[in-house]
Design a protein around this ligand. Structure first.
Ligand code: SAM
Length: 102
């Protein structure tokens, strides 16, 4: 259901290698891959995180907050397709996030 610790480290390294600072995560579950991404990003990095259930996002939120990276994350709750339909109407959303997850 979630990344292994090795995969989290690998993701973190990949994001740094490509200087990623804008991703969309579809399905956060315990926030593990979201946390690995937020740690890899520069201070002005932005992650749009989507999950059908806010409870999943809140599972790891305290850790994210304690690590001081919560400001990099915008969370939206809901089934992903209607949320994505809304987002494509918003001209401020990048059409080309670096990495997608589910
Ligand atoms: C495999 S888990 C994600 C694991 C996470 N990316 C990680 O590696 O730590 C899948 C997540 O997708 C969410 N999900 C499944 N279908 C969804 C949908 N249609 N819209 C939004 N979220 C969905 C589930 O609630 C679950 O939290």
């Amino acid at each position: 259901m979630a990344l292994s610790t090795d995969e989290g480290q690998f993701l973190n390294m990949l994001l740094k290698l490509i200087n990623a600072k804008n991703t969309m995560e579809i399905g956060v579950y315990t926030d593990y891959s979201l946390f690995a991404t937020a740690l890899a990003f520069p201070q002005d990095g932005k992650i749009l995180a989507l999950d059908i259930n806010r409870w999943n996002y809140e599972l790891g939120l305290l850790v994210i907050q304690k690590a001081g990276v919560a400001h990099k994350i915008e969370f939206k709750e809901g089934p992903v397709m209607p949320v994505l339909d809304e987002l494509v109407k918003d001209v401020n959303v990048s059409p080309t996030p670096s990495i997608w997850f589910l």
